[in-house]
Design a protein around this ligand. Structure first.
Ligand code: DX5
Ligand code: ZN
Length: 216
């Protein structure tokens, strides 16, 4: 079984986005991970809708969009229009998470929920059947290139048990500090998809690196 690889465009060369997106098109990457940061929910600003639209224009793979913004409910339709296929909101940013998920799905996207490192997976128990994907953060969101938080591996294991017991079809994706070593532990624990930014774009041969991650 192969692992879904979702390279994070946050680590691409923003002055050569078209080139980097076309490189990802040629790779084994299944999705393209798009990190949207607002300087409110996280202490950093990445890029917004116009840049995402430009990425979408060149991408041949589904856009896996990770919203690190304080009011995701206000922008669901905008992200659909900008090309999102998977739209992931943070548990910590959604007071009425069930409603947010329904709105994402009725807009025609897959609905994801991201959990910060301190947020327990058990909190998703009652709505697991409503979630297409859970994004376990293995760093504090906001920046690429951070050190992997090892407790993420146990969280993936616990989430896998929760999903299996509920007979749900929710996918598990992990984001932050992923490389071949941490990725292997995560896949063994039950991760279906791996996000990787600096490890892919900082490598000599990103296409080969994506291929290796997909073989984990
Ligand atoms: C962090 C972002 C990640 C980031 C991962 O807030 O959500 O997607 O790009 O970067 P690496 O793989 O370098 O940890
Ligand atoms: Zn991300």
């Amino acid at each position: 079984m192969s692992t879904i690889v979702s390279p994070s465009v946050l680590s691409a060369d923003f002055a050569n986005l078209e080139r980097d997106v076309k490189m990802l098109n040629k790779s084994n990457a299944e999705w393209l991970h798009i990190d949207i940061m607002d300087g409110q929910f996280v202490p950093n600003i990445s890029f917004g809708l116009p840049v995402m639209k430009a990425i979408h224009k060149h991408a041949t793979k589904p856009l896996d969009v990770h919203l690190m913004i304080a009011t995701p409910d206000d922008y669901i339709d905008e992200f659909k229009d900008a090309g999102a296929e998977i739209l992931t909101v943070h548990y910590e940013a959604c007071t009425h998470l069930h409603r947010s998920l329904q709105r994402i799905k009725s807009a025609g996207m897959k609905a994801g929920v991201a959990l910060n490192p301190h947020t327990p997976v058990d909190l998703l128990k009652d709505i697991i059947h409503d979630i297409d994907l859970v994004l376990i953060m293995s760093v504090n969101p906001g920046f690429g290139g951070q050190k992997f938080i090892p407790q993420a591996v146990e969280k993936v294991r616990a989430l896998k048990t929760l999903i299996t017991n509920a007979k749900a079809t929710t996918l598990i994706e992990v984001d932050g500090g992923v490389n071949l070593e941490t990725g292997k532990l995560l896949v063994e624990a039950g991760a279906d998809a791996l996000v990787a930014g600096s490890f892919v774009f900082g490598s000599e041969d990103p296409i080969k690196t994506i291929e290796k991650l997909g073989e984990l």
